[in-house]
Design a protein around this ligand. Structure first.
Ligand code: NDP
Ligand code: PYC
Length: 337
């Protein structure tokens, strides 16, 4: 069994924050990243939890992320905003753009936010929840590095390209799904490699194009999309929407820019939000109730709603803390020296 250490959420945050500050990240960037990875750990999303601190510091040491860039907000059209992260992680750029973005969505009924020139390592549900908290419906996507082969191909081209969607629910946690368009996130495969565990079949192929359940072989070969050609089409859509449409990189361009340093992906994220109030006016309550019927019909068949697992885990972690593999804890501690 792997040795582990239990930390309160406060201890987890401070461990992450110290590692980032010791390596030169500004207070604001370190805070945003530490909050994000602590939330990942809290919600039982280890692939985007404290493990990500290793990649954040590595990206900085490789000169592939800015430690302190100031985001620049650009109001480019009545319903379109851009924020240039100027080479820093996406999180501070998003945090700074959020109030004006929400204002645009509420004024227009629908608006889009492009985060440009950002380094991206984080789970997208964390970008969706501040919008559902405002009663908005939201969609987000981002390319990553070319790691995933298109259905019918055998060479990495697409990123793991997550799509997240959120729907606000009165007096309940929102309906949120957040999924890589690859069979699993690359972070999951990295965690399998670190734990010496085989992958489930169908996640990837080795360098020679043969199906493989060995994490290291798949990391060196190519990952597969979920659902064959359907996941492949969605992965291509993410490349287009959060790449060329917003004047940013595809996953292939991001990997070329990385120049084999093994840093986090660089490029854009697109977030679209809609205000049910502006779509429905006085009928809002009626139609949100229809959505509730849909959710309860799903659950009555025994299906669980996406997001449910995370929201169940959250209060448990708040009460009991989180468990981190001892080896990972020591690696992050070592970054603080
Ligand atoms: P999963 O396959 O674990 O989960 C995807 C979604 O499906 C989640 O919303 C999950 O909800 C839901 N789900 C899982 N099992 C069930 C079930 N049995 N019934 C109903 N719903 C279910 O996630 P991925 O590996 O695809 O992605 C993990 C994370 O990686 C995401 O947060 C994503 O944003 C992040 N990522 C980030 C990238 C980036 O470039 N920044 C790139 C790729 C991934 P629940 O959470 O409740 O389990
Ligand atoms: O897990 O695929 C992934 C990923 C890529 C960028 C951030 N997470």
């Amino acid at each position: 069994m792997t040795a582990s250490i239990r930390l309160t959420l406060d201890q987890a945050y401070h461990l992450a924050q110290r590692a980032l500050r010791s390596n030169g990240f500004s207070a604001e960037h370190a805070d945003a990243v530490a909050q994000n990875v602590t939330a990942g750990e809290r919600d039982g999303c280890a692939s985007h939890g404290l493990y990500r601190i290793l990649g954040c510091v590595h990206s900085l040491r490789m000169g592939k992320v800015s430690a302190d860039a100031e985001p620049e907000l650009i109001d480019s059209a009545p319903a379109i905003m851009r924020v240039n992260a100027h080479g820093a992680f996406s999180l501070v750029a998003y945090r700074r753009a959020l109030p004006a973005f929400v204002d645009k969505v509420k004024r227009n009924g629908i608006a889009a936010l492009a985060i440009n020139h950002c380094v991206h390592f984080s789970a997208l549900w964390a970008d969706i929840e501040p919008l559902t908290e405002q009663g908005l419906v939201a969609l987000a996507c981002t390319p990553s590095h070319a790691w995933v082969t298109p259905a019918g191909g055998n060479q990495p081209l697409f990123g793991t390209n997550p799509i997240a969607f959120g729907w606000p629910r009165p007096a309940r946690p929102p309906f949120v799904f957040d999924m890589a368009t690859s069979a699993a996130a690359r972070g999951e495969i990295e965690l399998h490699r670190r734990a010496g565990k085989p992958l489930p079949p169908g996640w990837g192929i080795d360098r020679d194009g043969n199906p493989s359940t060995d994490a290291a072989s798949v990391l060196a070969g190519a990952m597969l999309t979920f659902g064959g050609h359907k996941g492949s089409a969605l992965a291509a859509m993410v490349e287009l929407l959060a790449g060329p449409l917003i004047g940013d990189m595809t996953s292939k361009e991001s990997l070329a820019f990385d120049n084999q340093t093994g840093s986090s992906p660089y490029g854009g994220e697109l977030i679209i939000a809609m205000d049910p109030q502006r779509f429905l006016g006085e009928q809002q309550a009626t139609y949100l109730a229809h959505a509730e019927t849909l959710f309860s019909d799903m659950q009555q068949q025994g299906a669980r709603l996406p997001g449910e697992r995370r929201f169940r885990q959250r209060p448990l972690s708040e009460q009991h803390g989180i468990e981190l593999p001892q080896a990972l804890y020591e690696e992050i501690e070592a970054l603080c020296q």
